[in-house]
Design a protein around this ligand. Structure first.
Ligand code: NAP
Length: 398
């Protein structure tokens, strides 16, 4: 190797890097100016048409050696960071207009991402004597995206509240604690969604029919339960095709399947339960008056949309898939309740087979959006909640 040449090229790279850095900062300054204009006019931060136009002119101008997809990867990151800068601009503006600026200091625990940036922009705001407490009851909870999502929403709307993860070993004890500590609401996750029903004061009709509670509201020492998973599932599926008049092949017969089957039935669709454990699958199908087919006969079923509610394909076993690739071409659409990874092997194979696909990520965000509105009575900032979780999941490498 010619050491002099290497040194010369490295010096050239350093010079180019400094130039790129200067240009990136120039670009970020212009982006912030655009953010201010958007905030003044109340415009959405994300302008998909504009983003598409950017990629189009860049790919037209790209002379290589970067391939178009490589150049796209770089600009996707630049554009996503620009959006975050602009979000902060909107947030700062809303906050400076608000009489009670509130951002929970618990944001510090969230590491990098949009939420953390909001924190760094607002470090002076802290939890106070009037801060309302919400939380997540389950085990495990460490991987949950709910704290990030709800705390971002509280901060963006200037609501003096914090959402914390509670790893629960003893559910009756946790519910007694909730009453005693005036915790205003909680999400309920694995493995308590069914068990919690017998331990609270009231459940609504939806949760009763689904047979599972994922949302608690605590007021005046009374705990009420509802279920927002089915709202999330319906919104996720309706982004693919109308539910009414279509047949949905639902893989699995657990808690998520109950919410999905209920959501589909209540919107006029026809669910078909497909499971590996016949007794459990038949029981669920019997409750919702629909058909059951054993998983071993998946080849023989006809339907418009396949919905996976099993954990097969979830991180860290992301190379698994619940059905053979060969059956996917029969469906118009495929949805997965799994949101980590964002795109499961099932969805990748379905896309390759020409199906429209939806990730459990959408279901997760919308069940949270619904919870937020139930707890606060305010319209949830769905777009930002979606973005902050998407950013974390896509950046986590999981
Ligand atoms: N996106 C969201 O907002 C959201 C919300 C809720 C849940 N989820 C996700 O949904 C998934 C399921 O959760 P859950 O609460 O419904 O779990 P669950 O109650 O344990 O039910 C899991 C179901 O999957 C079936 N199953 C498990 N492994 C299987 C395999 N290898 N092959 C075939 N079937 C298999 C089980 O079969 P058996 O009947 O034989 O036990 C059961 O019917 C999890 O990944 C969870 O994270 C996502």
């Amino acid at each position: 190797m010619n050491k002099d040449s290497l040194k010369k090229f490295r010096l050239k790279i350093e010079g180019l890097d400094l130039e790129i850095l200067r240009l990136l900062n120039d670009r970020a300054s212009v982006s912030l100016e655009i953010g201010k204009l958007k905030a003044e006019d109340g415009l959405d931060i994300r302008d998909r048409e504009r983003e598409e136009a950017i990629f189009e002119y860049l790919s037209h101008e790209n002379k290589g050696p970067l391939k178009t997809f490589e150049m796209n990867q770089i600009f996707e990151k630049i554009i996503s960071i620009s959006r975050r800068l602009q979000s902060m601009e909107t947030f700062n503006r809303a906050d400076s207009e608000s009489a009670t600026p509130t951002l929970p200091s618990s944001f510090k625990g969230e590491g990098s991402g949009v939420g953390a940036e909001l924190l760094h922009a607002k470090e002076s705001c802290t939890i106070g004597g009037r801060t309302s407490v919400y939380g997540l009851l389950g085990t495990p909870v460490a991987q949950s995206m709910s704290p990030l999502m709800h705390n971002t929403a509280f901060a963006l709307l200037g609501i003096d509240a914090v959402y914390l993860p509670f790893k629960v070993d003893n559910l009756p004890g946790a519910l007694a604690g909730m009453r005693a500590l005036h915790i205003k609401g909680a999400s309920v996750t694995h493995p308590f969604k069914e068990q919690v029903i017998g331990l609270i004061d009231e459940i609504d009709d939806t949760a009763n029919k689904i047979g599972a509670v994922n949302t608690l509201i605590c007021e005046k020492n009374t705990i009420r339960g509802t279920n927002t998973d089915c709202v999330g599932a319906v919104r996720c599926i309706e982004a693919l095709l109308p539910i009414k008049g279509h047949t949905f092949v639902v893989l699995g017969a657990g808690g998520a399947a109950r919410a999905v089957v209920f959501g589909i039935s209540s919107k006029g669709g026809t669910p078909v339960v497909v499971g590996r454990t016949e007794e459990k699958g038949r029981a669920l199908a019997g409750e919702f008056d629909c058909a059951f087919v054993p998983l071993s006969q998946i080849d023989d079923i006809k339907g418009d949309c396949l919905v996976n509610t099993t954990p097969v394909g979830m991180y860290p076993k992301a190379d698994e898939t619940p059905v053979p690739r060969s059956v996917l071409g029969k469906y118009k659409a495929v949805a997965d309740v799994i949101y980590n990874p964002l795109k499961t092997r099932l969805l990748r194979e379905a896309e390759a087979a020409g199906c429209a696909v939806a990730s459990g990520f959408e279901m997760f965000v919308y069940q949270g959006v619904e919870q937020f509105t139930i707890w606060t009575g305010r319209d949830a900032p769905a777009k930002e909640m979606r973005e902050v979780v998407y950013h974390r999941l896509s950046g986590s490498g999981q």
